[in-house]
Design a protein around this ligand. Structure first.
Ligand SMILES: NC(=O)c1ccc[n+]([C@@H]2O[C@H](COP(=O)([O-])OP(=O)(O)OC[C@H]3O[C@@H](n4cnc5c(N)ncnc54)[C@H](OP(=O)(O)O)[C@@H]3O)[C@@H](O)[C@H]2O)c1
Length: 429
């Protein structure tokens, strides 16, 4: 039902992926037989959320009306999530066969883009292609020397065409919230417009033990969710200046098996065992939920579109921490896995296609409970059922603001052009 809504809204692309619908219908009918009552409750909550009362009303109403707190993903949602992941892995090449590789980009001479994690994998490809299409690209990276070497190489490759790339490097370490504040202060001080922020940098430390950053947060949570959330809000004045502008979050199909416990964002309470897979999936779901509230709260007149993107299953350095034998197997299945060039297409599409902001605006006017989600095949899709839960999305929003050290009214102030104080700096933005 979510896929049908997205396609109706869309107007670009248009063709519904029939294989996936059949698969979803099969799972739905199976789920229905197994647990009819439970399915009805969750579906109504998700599908009806466009007409649901606002989150404040949902959480109010005294103890008598208080709903039981959900503590984990239901097994049916979990099963559906894994089906979506396996489907993406097996069929992404077929489903995306209509998308050109590389994706043709429009001329981008007047566009300024910040790309985080632009020294490797998908981010490197995104930055290179944007720059080669004429955009002013800021590589926001933790290894500036490597970024300068890459620019030199790209420039040498283009020397025959006489194209002068407009790329610069700024240091940014997502494992330090101070570093994000410094980056945003430096950028905002230019009083220059920002048209596209691409939150690409991410980690998936497969099989690694739990690690806590110096800011006190589980590392997947910080790098994949908290840091991009803080960066997006702190760069708000520049995005307003560049309006119409976009925030593109490179997300993952893995969010479908994620669950965010706002009372245990660091996964340290021992209520459930820490695994890097759960930490990664949860952080990606938290990003979808936070982005959905951001999308909902930004007034249409601000002209800032928020979207999440799935790049597909892509051959990059993201698997560098896997055991050697698994990395070897990973290299042996090139048919199924996208190259970084192929994996960059959905993000580049979200960042540059002129119809994407129209789609975001349509979702907003429909009061759809989630932000736009662009799939690896450059078509809009719907994130998981859990992502549609507005009540928990609001909790994720509130908790995230608290963790990144911003006041609960930060967005309102930013929209009004007022300064906001972040706990990670003494200076007003
Ligand atoms: N590959 C896939 O199959 C896949 C699937 C779904 C989603 N994604 C998402 O796609 C995005 C890009 O991943 P990728 O596959 O291209 O992986 P990658 O090759 O490992 O690239 C990740 C980039 O993020 C940067 N980064 C990591 N930690 C950082 C930090 N603390 N501060 C600043 N930058 C940091 C890395 O910088 P260094 O070069 O300095 O390490 C690198 O440039 C991620 O958000 C990932 O979750 C990937």
């Amino acid at each position: 039902m979510f896929t049908v809504h997205a396609s109706r809204c869309l107007g670009f692309g248009g063709r519904i992926n029939q294989t996936r619908i059949v698969l979803e219908l099969l799972i739905l009918s199976f789920s229905f037989r197994c647990s009819a009552a439970r399915f009805m409750t969750s579906s109504v909550a998700a599908a009806g959320s466009s007409s649901s009362p606002p989150p404040s009303a949902l959480s109010g109403g005294g103890d008598g009306g208080r709903k039981e707190r959900k503590e984990a993903l239901g097994w049916i949602e979990w099963f559906r999530g894994w089906c979506a992941i396996v489907w993406e892995f097996l069929f992404q090449r077929i489903a995306a066969s209509h998308v050109e590789n590389p994706l043709p980009l429009p001329p981008l001479e007047d566009v300024t883009c910040i790309v985080t994690g632009a020294t490797s994998g998908i981010g490197l490809e995104i930055a290179r292609q944007l720059a080669e299409s004429g955009a002013h690209v800021v590589m926001a990276v933790r290894r500036p020397n490597l970024a300068h070497e890459l620019i030199q190489k790209w420039q040498n490759d283009k020397s025959e065409s006489g194209l002068l790339l407009n790329v610069e490097v700024m240091e940014l370490d997502l494992l330090s919230l101070d570093s994000i504040v410094r980056f945003a202060e430096a950028w905002n001080a230019r009083n220059a417009p920002l048209h596209v922020l691409i939150n690409n940098a991410g980690i998936f430390s497969i099989g690694e033990p739990q690690r806590i950053s110096k800011d006190g947060y589980e590392e997947h949570l910080q790098v994949n969710h908290l840091a991009p959330a803080l960066l997006s809000l702190l760069l708000f004045p520049s995005l307003l200046r560049g309006s119409p502008s976009r925030i593109v979050n490179v997300n993952s199909i893995m969010h479908c098996v994620g669950f965010v416990d706002t009372e245990d964002m660091n996964m340290t309470s021992r209520r459930r065992k820490f695994t890097s897979l759960a930490a990664y999936s949860n952080s990606k779901l938290a990003q979808v939920k936070f982005s959905s509230i951001l999308h909902k709260q930004i007034p249409a007149e601000a002209g800032i579109s928020i979207m999440c993107v799935s790049p597909g299953v892509v051959h990059t350095n993201v698997a560098r921490d896997l055991p050697k034998i698994v990395v070897a197997a990973y290299h042996l299945i090139p048919y199924f896995i996208f190259s970084a060039l192929e994996g960059s297409r959905s993000t580049l599409f979200a960042a540059t296609d002129p119809q994407v902001p129209e789609y975001c605006a349509l979702l907003k006017s429909d009061e759809w409970p989630v932000c736009a989600y662009i799939s690896f095949d450059c078509r809009p899709t719907n994130p998981s059922e859990e992502a549609h839960n507005l009540e928990t999305s609001q909790l994720v929003w509130d908790k995230t603001l608290e963790l990144i050290g911003l006041p609960s009214d930060a967005l309102g102030k930013l929209i009004e052009g007022e300064p906001v104080q972040c706990r990670y700096t003494s200076k007003a933005q």
